[in-house]
Design a protein around this ligand. Structure first.
Ligand code: ATP
Length: 381
């Protein structure tokens, strides 16, 4: 177990190019499971590779247990990496694959046997230990790759999208296995994914990157409840938050014609327009005649058994729009996988409008997230 500290760590691949990782400062305590998440190309893998010593650091430092890793080769860092591709040797058995790094490091034979047996037991690989990778399923190969990292008993685990090659069902079961295993072993872990559901369910804390820059780090719930900007708000949460740029008059926002009173303390400094963020649970279905609500033309209903999500586009009742769905320009989606063109409503299992129906919805003003229209930053008192 070890602490990891990124201190303004920066990686620039070519001069004139924007940094792949830009002044990253991140303090990871002993035993933490930290998930690095963000869209493709935001610098997640580069961050991990810098920590593992596979990539140079052009500015700042990386400390492991307080020691600057500058000049320390990857193999001397005591960091074990698990890759998306597993990278198993096809001509070796599962057991030999797991033992390989220890054999190379000239660890005593009986010690190797002991560690491989222990890893095989933890990962329930004992019956498969003599099989070659070609005779294993994707999930089993993934566990061998984990075993190869575990036997090294490293200070830090670095995992780069280790579940990407698994089918959807296996991903769900394996992600809980990895999270449980990490808690049991207590080894400081940095885990890279672009999948926000993995980020929300696996880590103690989640760090969100965008264009090489850290946007926010916090517990999954904190990121969900208090996103620092529209990017994090849109990236975290599934289905996505709806972000709507709304005019403000006298402390009241107009959301598709419905008036939403805003927290005036938050509006100090804001101009005449804000971005209102509403997660699916902030909306509720109301009776057709209800005042101060929005008509939504349903274009998709996702029923998950115990609950459902209703997706739709607000109907424009203005003279110009007369009953048509509102223009896309009325609703903004700010990247990060946002489905921002539409409003999503969380509903119970009994409510099942049909596609094309118009339902009336109202939002809870207490559930509103507020962001500055010009910068996208969260408005705080
Ligand atoms: P993904 O989720 O697609 O794997 P990522 O968040 O892991 O993406 P990185 O692989 O860290 O992103 O890449 C960050 C940026 O650095 C990208 O713009 C990428 O094109 C660039 N990059 C990565 N490796 C190199 C390299 N060897 N040379 C030049 N640029 C690189």
């Amino acid at each position: 177990m070890a602490t990891v500290y990124f201190d303004e760590a920066t990686r620039i691949f070519a001069s004139g190019q924007a940094p792949a990782v830009d002044h990253l400062t991140l303090d990871i305590p002993e035993g933490e499971f930290l998930v690095l998440v963000g869209p493709s190309g935001c610098g997640k893998s580069t961050t991990l590779r810098m920590l593992a010593g596979l990539e140079a650091v052009n500015g700042g430092r990386i400390l492991i247990d307080g020691h600057d890793q500058k000049g320390v080769r990857g193999r001397d860092r005591d960091v074990a990496m698990v890759f998306q591709s597993y990278a198993l040797y096809p001509n070796m058995t599962a057991g030999e694959n797991m033992a390989f790094a220890l054999t190379n490091a000239k660890v005593a034979k009986d010690e190797i046997q002991k560690r491989v047996a222990e890893a095989a037991r933890i990962l329930e690989l004992e019956p498969l230990i003599d099989r070659k990778p070609g005779q294993l399923s994707g999930g089993q190969r993934q566990r061998v790759a984990m075993g190869r990292a575990i036997v090294r008993n490293p200070k830090v685990f670095c995992m780069d999208e280790p579940l990407s090659n698994l089918d959807a069902k296996l991903r769900v079961s394996t992600r809980s296995e990895i999270a449980a295993l990490q808690r049991r072993l207590g080894i400081t872990t940095v885990y890279v994914t672009h999948d926000q559901v993995e980020a929300m369910t696996m880590g103690h804390r989640v760090a969100v990157l965008r264009d090489g820059r850290l946007q926010q780090v916090g517990t999954p719930q904190d990121l969900y409840d208090n996103p620092v900007n529209t990017f994090v708000a849109a990236f975290i949460g599934s289905p996505s938050i709806t972000l709507i740029e709304s005019p403000v008059h006298d402390g009241v926002a107009s959301v598709h014609g419905a008036s939403v009173p805003l927290n005036r303390a938050l509006l100090a400094g804001a101009t005449d327009s804000v971005v209102v963020g509403l997660r699916p649970e902030a909306w509720r279905l109301v009776d057709a005649g209800t005042q101060n609500a929005v008509d939504l033309r349903v274009d998709l209903v996702e029923s998950l058994g115990s609950e459902s999500f209703i997706y739709g586009v607000p109907v424009d009742h203005s003279a110009a729009g007369a009953g048509r769905p509102a223009d896309d320009a009325d609703v903004i989606g700010l990247g990060g996988g946002s489905r921002g063109q539409r409003i999503t409503v969380h509903a119970g299992k009994k409510v099942r409008p049909g596609v094309g129906d118009v339902v009336r919805i109202a939002c809870d003003p207490d559930e509103v997230h507020l962001f500055a229209a010009d910068t996208g930053e969260r408005l705080t008192a």
